[in-house]
Write a protein that binds this ligand. Structure first.
Ligand code: FE2
Length: 280
């Protein structure tokens, strides 16, 4: 098994047995935090079993870092307990809010990109980091709306937040592509604005193109345009660990491994080109 943390997959129950039966196909897994914030039972059995053989990252969807509701300290306590158990490489969630005034919208909603929101989120990130005793990694979301109140671009907001709150960035290349199409911005400008030292991880995923807009469904293979954007991301941020997210219509493990091989091939090709340019 490679000791280098480079290409990984999302840990999904459909693949538990095969992961254990065929070791060494990936170098790490990303586990969905909320699925394992339970008292016991099979999910934790499999998590501990697979963690023995692989480094892991924890990825959550319920932190709601951007809401104006108070921080959910019970949730943070559970996340901290899981983090103590798993000893993950890092803990991530999304730059979004998932509800307001106690109402859960069950969606990852974008924030208005204002100075006021930046101050608000930066202060909350620092409190979460203090609570967890580690840096938080925040992911750019796919979005379908923007706010007239926004004063900054999404990429300016994320870059500023990462510096101000001293947090890191999970760069979801598919989400950049989806939001760039939906809001007609330049995906490359987004990538180029990310502070190099703060990009901790890449996500790749498939989406559903509806012609006038794209929906981030995580139920399809990655499309060629997203692979092209991934090549640009690898060029800008070499050596950043990559993983593929599939959350619905989960294919056989072998199919995701084959898709991960495409990512490996692109990263190797980009590294080869860069080495050639340096030598020339
Ligand atoms: Fe993602």
């Amino acid at each position: 098994m490679s000791s280098q943390v480079d290409f990984g997959l999302g840990l999904r129950p459909e693949h538990y047995e095969e992961i254990v039966a065929s070791p060494g196909k990936v170098s790490w897994f990303e586990a969905l935090s909320e699925n394992y914030m339970v008292k016991g039972g099979l999910p934790l059995y499999w998590l501990d079993r697979i963690r023995r053989d692989y480094p892991m990252a924890l990825h959550g969807v319920s932190l709601s870092i951007g809401t104006t509701d108070p921080l959910d300290t019970a949730y943070l306590d559970e996340l901290k307990a899981l983090s103590d158990r798993v000893q993950p490489m890092w803990v991530s969630d999304h730059l979004c809010f998932t509800g307001l005034r106690g109402l859960n919208m069950h969606d990852l909603l974008p924030l208005p990109y204002t100075e006021e929101a930046l101050n608000h989120v930066a202060e909350r990130v620092q409190r979460v980091q203090d609570h967890l005793g580690r840096r938080l990694v925040l992911e750019n979301v796919s979005s379908y709306v923007t706010y007239a109140a926004s004063e900054l671009s999404e990429w300016e907001f994320i870059a500023a937040l990462s510096e101000r709150a001293d947090c890191e960035i999970l760069l979801d290349v598919n989400n950049v592509y989806v939001s760039a199409f939906n809001h007609e911005f330049d995906a490359l400008a987004f990538l180029r604005a990310m502070p190099r030292a703060r990009v901790r991880q890449f996500h790749l995923a498939g989406h559903l193109h509806k012609g006038s807009h794209i929906i981030d469904t995580h139920d399809h293979p990655i499309v060629p345009d997203v692979w092209d954007l991934y090549a640009e991301a690898v060029k800008l941020f070499p050596g950043v660990p990559t993983m593929i997210e599939r959350d619905a219509d989960i294919p056989p493990y072998a199919e995701l491994l084959a898709e991960l091989d495409v990512a490996r091939g692109i990263a190797a090709r980009v590294a080869g080109q860069e080495a050639h340019e340096v030598a020339a």
